[in-house]
Write a protein that binds this ligand. Structure first.
Ligand code: NDP
Length: 608
């Protein structure tokens, strides 16, 4: 293979490019797993302890709730809290919120591993900065600051008294007679609601590798999103993990959680073994504390935050708003393409730049990691966009410490867990502790992910209706499930700035709820034609990405390597969040609620 250490600015020669492409295909093939998204094990049955809540309040006995409200909101992460805020702003206050956690936060409640940060700039990621007056401590902020921000919004909206924590909805059932959803919880509650907002999030259902023996390990083990500080010592504020001194710790997976947690494990005095199936691309972080003078120079102008959020979305999606406000690893290489005198189409220039970017990231490994074999093992051989790009300045240097060892499984993953440790290529690695940083259920059935049966009109379940993939209008409403507002990235839009997406969903949901109430309608749902045409529109967008994702190394973005024309409906591709926001804002501005049907089956159906 020709040398790949080409300068970033020099064009890559054809033979180098070809050899990189060949290497990408070879590496991809090593990782193909016939089981696809079904290769993982759920944290249920014998493994249920991996999903238990380490932060739960000890005693949470309370009387059963039997009540009727206007809106039941499932989930108290950003999605649920923003929905409540938008409903309040629209004058709807009869709200009940439910979450299995014991506080607000969602993904930021569960994940408390050491080193947890958000990779999206805090000035755009933390919603409602203008309303709350919060000044993020840095460009990228830690998880505990994010959870505290969600709590502040919840307190501002006085949501706590209306929230049932440590409570899981097992089922929601549409009652056609009463025109209400009936929500039943694992605490015996019965909540009747005119509307349900399902803001269950996407990264909460723990999954474990699909390998035998997890339950037989005699040492200690936990999932990264249920970090056991009792065992490790330290805490999420960065206090050293002092109880790991002298222990042998296995860290499984090399996604975003591992790259942030490893530096803390490396500093703990433990012997750390990182079990890798696919290396991540890890670029510079360059975090910086917020300079108050600099922050107020732009944050004093009303509307500044939405300008910045929209600017990020525009640049990230290839538009040229004339300025790259966020100017970070998500945007700057894209923005740099504007203004060049190149004649090739933007897409092909972007492809070239991203190709070179990945080469730059691989060269970064060589420049940091001293042991050549370890450095070679840490290089990501896939196209940018196939897996989430990561940013961290401490992960790669951790491999220079004598107590940190890369166990590169060359795409095969771990074979099994023994009583003493982990087995790869028939070698047993003896361990005191195993930390599974193996991510979350992403692509399975919605109801399974929510752990809740959703039964709509005439007893049809969402699982049955969506057997061939989700079917929605605007990615939010689904026929036969009246008054159910689903917050999801499916059949709508996605973004590295996930709160942007949630905020837009919240606005849209609040509008639909209030319009329905204002016209005295009992039910609202899409017409079949509107739903079919939306599904087709989104499939037409998704199909353009099919070839790209087919050639990607397996991961959650391409259904673990099994993306196809038949499962495109479940793919995490759609329009940009900015485009979705414009489209739905225009739809709202038209004011005729096109595509919706009111009071179907209630004796006075109105189709619009
Ligand atoms: P991920 O799903 O990203 O990573 C899971 C890891 O487990 C992968 O490296 C995967 O390997 C590995 N794995 C799975 N099965 C096996 C096996 N049998 N043997 C060995 N390794 C295995 O999980 P994370 O918790 O890291 O991240 C979850 C999500 O949260 C992602 O979307 C991430 O981007 C997001 N996140 C964002 C953060 C941020 O903004 N900073 C912080 C933390 C998380 P393989 O790649 O081969 O599948």
């Amino acid at each position: 293979m020709p040398a790949l250490r080409t300068g970033t600015t020099a064009p890559l020669s054809a033979d180098i490019k070809e050899s990189i492409e060949t290497k990408i295909i070879t590496e991809r093939e090593k990782r193909i797993n016939k089981k696809g998204i079904h290769q993982f094990r759920e944290a249920t049955g014998e493994l249920v302890r991996f999903a238990a809540d380490p932060w739960a309040k000890a005693d949470s006995t309370r009387p059963e709730v039997d009540e009727e409200v206007d809106v039941l909101i499932i989930g108290c992460g950003f999605g649920g809290v923003l929905a409540a805020k938008q409903l309040h702003d629209a004058g709807v206050h009869s709200i009940r919120m439910v979450d299995k956690a014991s506080d607000f936060g969602g993904v930021w409640y569960w994940n408390r591993y050491p080193g947890l940060y958000c990779d999206t700039e805090a000035y755009i990621y933390l919603p409602l900065l203008e309303e709350t007056g919060h000044v993020p401590s840095a460009k990228y902020v830690p998880g505990y600051e994010i959870q505290s921000h969600i709590r502040n919004i919840a307190e501002m909206e006085n949501l706590r008294p209306r929230t049932l924590f440590q409570t899981e909805l097992n089922r929601i059932t549409w009652s056609q007679g009463s025109g209400r959803w009936v929500g039943n919880t694992d605490r015996g509650d019965s909540i009747r609601a005119r509307f349900v907002v399902s803001a269950i999030g996407i990264l909460h259902k723990v999954h474990l590798p699909g390998i035998p023996g997890i339950e037989n390990f005699k040492g200690h083990s936990f999932h990264s999103s249920r970090w056991d500080y009792q065992y490790t010592g330290g805490n999420r504020d960065g206090t050293p993990l002092d109880r790991l001194q002298g222990k042998r710790v296995g860290l499984v997976g090399t996604g975003a959680s591992t790259i942030q947690a490893l530096p803390h494990l490396a500093a703990s005095g433990a012997e750390v073994f990182v079990f890798q199936r696919t290396p991540s691309s890890v670029d510079r972080r360059d975090n910086a504390k917020t300079d108050p003078a600099w922050f107020s120079s732009f944050a004093s102008k009303p509307g500044w935050q939405y300008d910045r959020i929209n600017n990020f979305d525009a640049v990230f999606n290839g538009s040229n708003p004339g300025l790259d406000m966020v100017n970070d690893g998500w945007t700057h290489h894209i923005f740099a393409l504007h203004g060049s005198e190149a004649t090739e189409p933007f897409e092909s220039r972007l492809e070239e730049v991203e190709f070179r970017k990945m080469e730059e990231v691989r060269r970064r490994v060589d420049s940091i990691v001293q042991d050549p074999k370890t450095a070679e093992g840490l290089k990501a051989w896939y196209k940018r966009g196939c897996k989430r790009p990561l940013f961290n300045d401490e992960y790669l240097p951790a491999f220079n410490k004598p107590n940190v060892h890369l166990v590169d499984t060359d795409g095969k993953g771990i074979e099994r867990v023994s009583e003493q440790g982990l087995v790869t290529a028939e070698v047993e690695h003896k361990l005191d502790c195993i930390i599974y940083a193996t991510g979350f259920d992403w692509g399975n059935d919605y109801s399974q992910r929510a752990n809740m049966t959703v039964t709509g009109r005439d007893g049809i379940t969402l699982t049955e209706k969506w057997a061939a993939g989700p079917s929605t209008f605007h990615g939010m409403l689904s026929r036969d499930f009246p008054n159910l507002l689903l917050f999801t990235h499916l059949q709508s839009s996605t973004s590295p700035n996930y709160t942007h997406l949630l905020h837009e969903r919240a606005k849209h949901a609040a509008y639909i709820v209030t319009k329905c109430m204002q016209r005295g309608a009992k039910t609202v749902e899409p017409t079949q034609e509107a739903e079919d045409s939306w599904v087709k529109k989104l499939e037409d967008i998704a199909i353009k990405y099919l070839d790209f994702f087919r050639q990607c190394t397996p991961g959650y973005l391409n259904q673990e390597g099994q993306i196809s024309a038949t499962n495109l409906r479940s793919a995490s591709v759609g329009m940009s969040t900015g485009d979705w926001a414009i489209l739905t804002a225009q739809w709202r501005a038209e004011g005729n609620l096109g595509g919706l049907e009111f009071d179907r089956g209630q004796g006075k159906a109105t189709r619009i």
